[in-house]
Write a protein of this length. Structure first.
Length: 86
């Protein structure tokens, strides 16, 4: 999240804010680690990823991408990044 360092610091310091934004309990943050992930092979960078701490398949992975301007390729790029990550 190099270009969006404010949001990286926000979610790193207050991970519960993300879960409140998506209308979940703030306590959900206790089950996740937040990190910025770079996919080096293709030079895609995901702004942030909330990964479950416990090795359980019942909790989803949350991908964070901050966008301040119109980008017609946003969803294509986001899903490309997600599919490469998975």
């Amino acid at each position: 999240m190099k270009t969006d360092s404010i949001f990286y610091r926000l979610f790193q310091t207050f991970p519960s804010a993300f879960f409140e934004l998506i209308n979940l309990q703030a306590s959900e943050a206790n089950a996740y680690n937040f990190a910025s992930v770079e996919l080096k092979q293709t030079a895609f960078r995901i702004d942030g990823v909330f990964l479950p701490i416990a090795d359980t398949s019942s909790q989803p992975i949350y991908f964070v991408e901050v966008q301040f301007q119109k980008d017609n390729e946003f969803y294509a790029r986001l899903f490309s990044e997600i599919f490469l990550y998975l």
